[in-house]
Design a protein around this ligand. Structure first.
Ligand SMILES: [Fe+2]
Ligand SMILES: [Fe+2]
Length: 241
């Protein structure tokens, strides 16, 4: 049973409204990756890589269109019943695409190592999502179609890495792995900081505010009610009116 293999993904993808908005967000990530690859094609001096990067960029743009189309169809089928469902990003962050890779800073070898790991992760994720969407065959077809391209991306980047950096390929892969791990750690640290910030602010609200509210209420009780006549000596300060 697939649900037992990956219960979190099953739960995340079960709600059609959440599914639709998730697909729309995936579309943005894929389009972003496509732009990075188009930039990589501009920068590389290797003609073979330029051709492959351009094909890759086109694939990612097509994936963006497919995700957007399916997300929009789903929203339409829900009519007015679609609300912006809560996305449990801390539990299942979804696609990261190329994770803001700085194409300008990387050489071809480092970029290929990074792309290979990202595409491998994407291929794994899409296989899990296509399993997790349950009876929604149209969304499953979308994932399975895109999965074929991601497998091609995963394989060509590995093959080209071996071609352009035959001696450094192992080191480049390790460095890319460490970079991805560091980014994951930073994301986790930011999420944890947010959780702690919320807890501390909530505690402050419930612990620090009540004494002030109580003191204000007490001061209010001591004040006389209604209009108060001010003594004439203090009222007339010899002003011009
Ligand atoms: Fe893609
Ligand atoms: Fe891809």
């Amino acid at each position: 049973m697939g649900v037992l293999r990956n219960p979190i993904q099953y739960w995340v993808w079960r709600d059609p409204s959440r599914r639709a908005y998730r697909l729309l967000r995936f579309a943005e990530v894929e389009a972003d990756g496509g732009r990075d690859l188009a930039r990589a094609a501009e920068l590389t001096r290797d003609a073979r890589l330029r051709r492959l990067y351009l094909r890759h960029a086109k694939d990612e743009q097509r994936h963006a269109d497919i995700f957007r189309g399916r997300g929009t169809d789903l929203l339409r089928s829900l009519g007015g019943g679609a609300d912006r469902a809560w996305q449990p990003d801390w539990l299942a962050p979804g696609e990261r695409g190329l994770d803001d890779v700085r194409v300008e800073r990387e050489g071809d070898g480092a970029l290929l190592a990074f792309l290979h790991l990202s595409e491998r992760e994407a291929a794994r994720s899409f296989a899990a999502y296509s399993d997790a969407v349950g009876a929604d065959c149209d969304t499953r077809n979308v994932f399975q179609h895109i999965l074929r391209d991601e497998t091609f991306h995963m394989n060509y980047t590995r093959r080209e890495l071996a071609r352009v950096a035959p001696r450094r390929q192992g080191w480049l892969l390790w460095r890319a792995r460490l970079g991805r791990f560091w980014k994951s750690y930073l994301r986790f640290a930011v999420a944890l900081g947010n959780v702690f910030g919320t807890i501390v602010l909530t505690l402050q609200y419930f612990i620090l505010l009540p004494p002030f509210a109580w003191a204000a209420k007490r001061a209010e009780r001591r004040e006389p009610k209604g209009w108060v006549t001010v003594a004439s000596a203090t009222a007339d300060r010899g002003g011009q009116y």
